[in-house]
Design a protein around this ligand. Structure first.
Ligand code: HEC
Length: 198
């Protein structure tokens, strides 16, 4: 028992000395080891799974939910997560961990609707993913959840159709992007700046 206690104290002192020495490199350009990333991903996924277990999911499969969600997504999420037809952004490339690009089919980032809702509401510590629940109603968060269920492999045309005119505006922060949609004509997803839905 004494030996174990001794070992624990030595590791504790060693740990504190390491932290205080400043040797740990907190730079976002200094990537984690693969094993560290795997452990952090696992901890995140297990935490989200457990936290969202009792959440009841409303009917998400209505065009109203999906298109309201698309408008809010367009106003608040595109800078980091991009959207069909949108160009890449510096934020998407420079953040670490890198925000997933939802419209590009990627199983690694598949969550159930309850989990997705929980993540949008609460965000992730120390990643750059904000807790949107601080300033939005559950209804708005469910609408974005509904939209995210449909975003996989979505065409730019469909995205523009859903976002439509008069999307919810965060006029100063919103990303305004222009993209050539599939049939070649140019559209801006963010023409109208009135303040509905917020
Ligand atoms: C400032 C950048 C930023 C903004 C803006 C942002 N996110 Fe995120 N988001 C992130 C990062 C970073 C992650 C974490 C990636 C990781 O842990 O690997 C993330 C993760 C997520 C995840 C979980 C994905 C996964 O694989 O676990 C969801 C869902 C999500 N964001 C939805 C949204 C929605 C919806 C919005 C807009 C309301 C939004 N995000 C806005 C940066 C952002």
């Amino acid at each position: 028992m004494k030996k174990v206690l001794g070992l624990v104290s030595v590791s504790l002192v060693g740990g504190i000395a390491f932290v205080l020495s400043g040797s740990y490199n907190v730079s976002a350009s200094n990537k984690h080891w693969d094993i560290t990333t795997k452990i952090l991903d696992l901890a995140r996924d297990r935490s989200v799974h457990t936290a969202s277990e009792d959440i009841e999911v409303p009917d998400l499969d209505t065009i109203e939910m999906i298109s309201n969600g698309a408008k809010n997504y367009d106003a608040m999420c595109v800078q980091c997560h991009l959207a069909p037809g949108a160009p890449g952004t510096e934020l998407n490339q420079a953040l670490y961990p890198r925000p997933p690009i939802f419209h590009q089919n990627d199983d690694k980032h598949k969550h159930s609707p309850a989990e997705t809702f929980w993540v949008i509401k609460n965000g992730f510590k120390m990643t750059g993913m904000p807790a949107w629940g601080e300033f939005h109603t559950d209804q708005q968060l469910w609408e974005m959840t509904a939209f995210l269920q449909k975003i996989n492999n979505m065409t730019a045309n469909r995205y523009f159709e859903l976002v439509g005119e008069g999307g919810h505006s965060h006029s100063d922060n919103a990303v305004h992007f222009e993209a050539s949609s599939d049939d070649g004509h140019k559209e801006s997803s963010h023409k109208d700046m009135d303040n509905n839905g917020h």
